[in-house]
Design a protein around this ligand. Structure first.
Ligand code: PLP
Length: 395
């Protein structure tokens, strides 16, 4: 074509991805991604699909039949979860203490739901008492919660809120995008009806799939809807016919992203080989080492109570006089390490350090602490442990 010039060969830099996601790909996942493509109805692929759903059930800790990956990133899972359950005028209670709770509110409203917000400041866990109060006063059909709020690094009390959902007989929906594989999560044990995640965080797969699971109770509500699901692409009753149709009765819905599913299958194999509990423990221990190092330099964590700090996402307050963006820019360009900045009201005020999946290692923490110390000193910040420096806090 006149005027067109060929772009040069791709040469992406190698980064250590210690931000809020994506995390680095596991070498075995890279290998899985490059395996030969087969058709989305090939008998070989149908077996891969069944194996993937089985691995997902084990990872979510559920026996839910309707369990599969949605084609799309974590937000697609969020939208799929919400649009299937909500009909015009439905009351939905949402815990909001960060950007992803806000995103849920936006999606619920777009699908005609009426949101009842139970709010907390970013970095403060949602209050069980306030959620119970709202449940008592409302007619909510559904209660929604973000497990790990990636915008602030807070862990919300999913198990306790699950008990409330049972007590008040409402459906319980949980966003596990930044927690699946890295934080204690037990879908059936916590009474969760719908749960979704993302592949690019603790699973070390590329962005592009959102594993999701629906309880039988949620599916009954969906089957008894008065109106059609407003999204065609995310209508779970149709997608289910492709994912759980048995080998002879699978219905084409959309062309499955075959190689991404290979990658997910491999990442789940890796996680389950390690053992979920071992993985949760490793994430907790590595995060504790990071926090010790951070506090020893005189820095503070955004989330004050230790037991509500997410091991997968560690938000560190930027000290006064330090240029948040400049530190991040140099960590990336000089040290090859990506960390995240603050979103929304926390923009310019925090660094967000993700320790997810294979990236949750003591070696990575040492690398980051060294690089961060160097950059802080460069900006004139005194990183020597000093009197009055925050002591490791108790939750
Ligand atoms: N929910 C949470 C808690 C997240 O952290 C994210 C992304 O970071 C999302 C949802 C949306 O996921 P995605 O960016 O993959 O669409």
């Amino acid at each position: 074509m006149p005027g067109s010039r060929l772009a040069s060969e791709l040469k992406p830099p190698r980064r250590l991805l210690l931000g809020p996601g994506p995390s680095n790909l596991h070498p075995r996942v890279i290998k899985a991604l490059t395996m030969p493509l087969v058709g989305h109805l090939d008998p070989y692929f149908l077996e891969v699909m069944d194996e993937t759903t089985e691995l997902l059930r084990e990872t979510f800790r559920t026996s839910n039949k309707v369990t599969f990956p949605i084609s799309g990133t974590g937000s697609a899972g969020m939208e799929a979860a919400l649009c299937n359950l909500i009909e015009d005028g439905d009351e939905v209670l949402v815990g909001v203490n960060g950007l992803f709770g806000e995103r849920m509110v936006d999606i619920i409203q777009r699908y005609g739901g009426k949101c009842i917000r139970v709010e907390e400041e970013w970095g403060i866990p949602l209050s069980i008492e306030r959620i119970e109060e709202s449940l008592r006063e409302s007619n909510a059909k559904l209660l929604c919660l973000v497990h790990v709020e990636t915008s602030s690094g807070v862990v919300n009390p999913v198990k306790e809120v699950g008990d409330l959902a049972k007590k008040y007989n409402v459906l319980f929906l949980v966003d596990a995008v930044s927690s699946l594989g890295g934080c204690v999560l037990d879908v059936d044990g916590f009474g969760i009806d719908v749960c979704y995640s993302g592949t690019q965080k603790c699973l070390n797969s590329p962005p592009g799939l959102s594993p999701i699971t629906f309880s039988e109770k949620a599916m009954e509500v969906i089957r008894e809807r008065k109106s059609k699901v407003k999204s065609w692409y995310f209508d779970v009753s149709m997608i289910e016919k492709y994912w759980s149709g048995g080998s002879k009765s699978r219905f084409y819905h959309h062309t499955a992203p075959v190689n991404l599913i290979y990658a997910l299958r491999e990442s789940l194999r890796i996680l389950l080989e390690q053992g979920l509990e071992n993985s949760w423990k490793r994430h907790r221990e590595v995060s504790e080492t990071l926090i010790e190092g951070i506090e020893a330099m005189g820095l503070e964590m955004l989330v004050e109570a230790q037991r509500f700090r997410a091991p997968t996402l560690n938000a560190v307050k930027t000290p006064e006089g330090v240029d948040e963006a400049e530190v991040r820019r140099r960590l990336l360009s000089i040290h090859g390490i990506e960390v995240g900045g603050g979103l929304g009201r926390l923009a310019g005020k925090v660094w967000r350090v993700g320790l997810m999946g294979l990236n949750a290692s003591q070696t990575n923490v040492t690398l980051l602490l060294k690089a961060l110390e160097q950059e802080l000193i460069r900006q004139g910040f005194n990183t020597e442990p000093r009197e009055g420096a925050p002591k490791p806090s108790k939750g």
